[in-house]
Structures are given as structure tokens and as C-alpha cells.
Design a protein around this ligand. Structure first.
Ligand code: CDV
Length: 270
């Protein structure tokens, strides 16, 4: 039986430190509308899609960072996105920083179906960076300080006409991420990323090598597991720190079938 799902990669342009959640959600909702107008069934947003990439900032007291986290989902700020998606009959993947009622912090993504019901949750397993301030680096990347490693594994969900999987950014660099989902018959893997254009420990590394590694991991993950992969960036300059774009949709032959051309909010569909 042939099945067709139209998927949109909704790349975010930069989010500055003081941009309120409401404004970010309005940007995401506008992209969701654009995707729905193009006939999309499913929209993939990025990692930590509601805020700037805050792990670049150091706080001695970790509790000072709790404002970047969501205590419930949906919440007052994000409800308009959930409502619009349900109105338009579009599912979505959304990355955000999760603070649980037990006080645990995770780098999380959720999968919401076309009725607006959250059907899946994933918590990032491969946390890059470091836990203590590191003066030797060109800039900080403190994911290991602010997040716990994900405790949900790499499940797949049978929803919206396919077998769906989720992962987040650095996860793409480990083959087992894709393989564990591949062994469960995954057909579409969604991944949001915030990847600095500069290597904080090797500032001379060419951007071409970094974007090559992005495409290499997404394309290999797709081909080796006969799955579609949707990789979605937050791109552009955040507070002087550049993140590369190149959000793309890869088919099970490992070919890129759609790619963003800008470093701004941009929707590409396949
Ligand atoms: N957000 C990330 O996980 N970023 C990493 C960087 C630090 C290498 C990545 O794999 O893109």
C-alpha cells in the first residue's frame, strides 16, 4: 500500500536572549501556517525552539537558568501553537528545555499528532559540551551542566500514517541513535539542532567540514536504516555566536530532497 506524508522542515532564524516566548511562538505558528498552506501533514521545528541556545551561558547557580525551562507543555505561551496545529490538522515535532515536577532538567522533544495530542516524548541522550566553566574554550557549551542524559531511550511511534522517531542534535553523530530506531522499523526520523559554526575547542576548523559532517550523519543515518530523516536547524547569529543552517529532508536512499537556503525562519517541504 502506498502512503504519502508531506513533511515540512521549519528552520528557525536566530532567537536573541531577550525575545519573549510569545514572540517566538508567533514565529513558529506563522511557519506552521505556511507549511499547512503547502499541504504539510507534519512540521518539524528545531532543538530548544522556544529560546536562544542558552547552554552557551554560564551560571554558577544552576537554578538561575530555570527561566529557560518549561514546567508544563503546552503552557500559556505555547498553547496558541498547539491550537493552530489542531485547527489546521497538522502534527509537529517541537524541541524545548523541560523541567519536571521532580526538578529534573532535560533537553526534550515532543511529537504532537494532527488532533493536538502529544503522542511521544524524547529526551536527548548524547549531551555534548562540559559541566564546569572552561576558560580554554572560545565559548561555553554547558549542556552537561544544565541537562540530565535522556532516560527514555529511542522509541518509535506508530502515528500519522508512519513509524516515527525522534532525536536531538548531537545524537545524529552516533550510529546507534538511528540504528536503534531502524531496528524498530522507523520510517521517518525527526531531529532538531543548534550547531555552532565554530568549534569551541578548535576555532580554525573550516565551516565546510562542519556542514559536511551534518549532511554526512543525516544522509548515512537515512541510507543505512532505509528511513526518511528531517534535520532542522536554528540558524544565524545569536548574541555574536553563529549557528549554521542547511536544514534538510533526506530520503531513504540518503539523498537530500529539500534544503533551506537561508539562515532565517524558513520552511521547506517534501
Ligand atoms: N546542540 C548540540 O548538540 N550541538 C552539538 C555541537 C556542540 C557539536 C552538535 O552536535 O551539533
Amino acid at each position: 500500500m502506498s502512503r504519502q506524508i508531506r513533511v515540512a522542515a521549519a528552520q528557525s532564524g536566530p532567537i536573541q536572549k531577550d525575545e519573549p516566548r510569545q514572540s517566538v511562538v508567533a514565529r513558529l505558528t506563522a511557519m506552521l501556517d505556511q507549511a499547512a498552506d503547502a499541504g504539510a501533514d507534519l512540521v518539524v521545528f528545531t532543538e530548544l525552539a522556544l529560546t536562544t541556545f542558552f547552554p552557551r551561558y554560564y551560571a554558577e547557580d544552576r537554578a538561575e537558568m530555570d527561566d529557560w525551562f518549561e514546567r508544563e507543555m503546552p503552557n500559556a505561551a505555547t498553547r496558541p501553537l498547539f491550537e493552530r496545529a489542531a485547527e489546521r490538522g497538522v502534527g509537529f515535532y517541537l524541541g524545548y528545555a523541560e523541567l519536571t515536577p521532580e526538578g529534573q532538567h532535560f533537553n526534550t522533544s515532543i511529537l504532537v499528532d494532527k488532533q493536538g495530542t502529544t503522542v511521544g516524548k524524547y529526551r536527548k541522550v548524547h549531551l555534548p559540551g562540559h559541566a564546569e566553566h572552561d576558560p580554554e574554550r572560545a565559548f561555553q557549551h554547558l549542556e552537561k551542566r544544565y541537562f540530565l542524559p535522556g532516560d527514555l531511550g529511542f522509541p518509535v511511534w506508530r502515528t500519522m500514517g508512519g513509524v516515527m522517531g525522534m532525536c536531538i542534535c548531537n545524537d545524529r553523530r552516533w550510529p546507534e541513535t538511528f540504528r536503534v530506531m531502524g531496528l524498530q522499523g522507523v520510517e521517518l526520523v525527526m531531529l532538531g539542532y543548534n550547531t555552532p559554526s565554530v568549534n569551541s575547542q578548535k576555532p580554525g576548523e573550516a565551516i565546510e567540514k562542519r556542514t559536511f559532517h551534518n549532511r554526512l550523519t543525516l544522509q548515512a543515518g537515512a541510507y543505512q536504516n532505509a528511513t526518511f530523516v528531517v534535520g532542522v536547524a536554528k540558524a544565524g547569529d545569536e548574541d555574536g555566536h553563529h549557528l549554521f543552517g542547511e536544514s534538510c529532508i533526506v530520503n531513504p536512499d540518503g539523498e537530500i530532497v529539500a534544503m533551506a537556503e537561508t539562515e532565517a525562519d524558513e520552511v521547506v517541504v517534501a
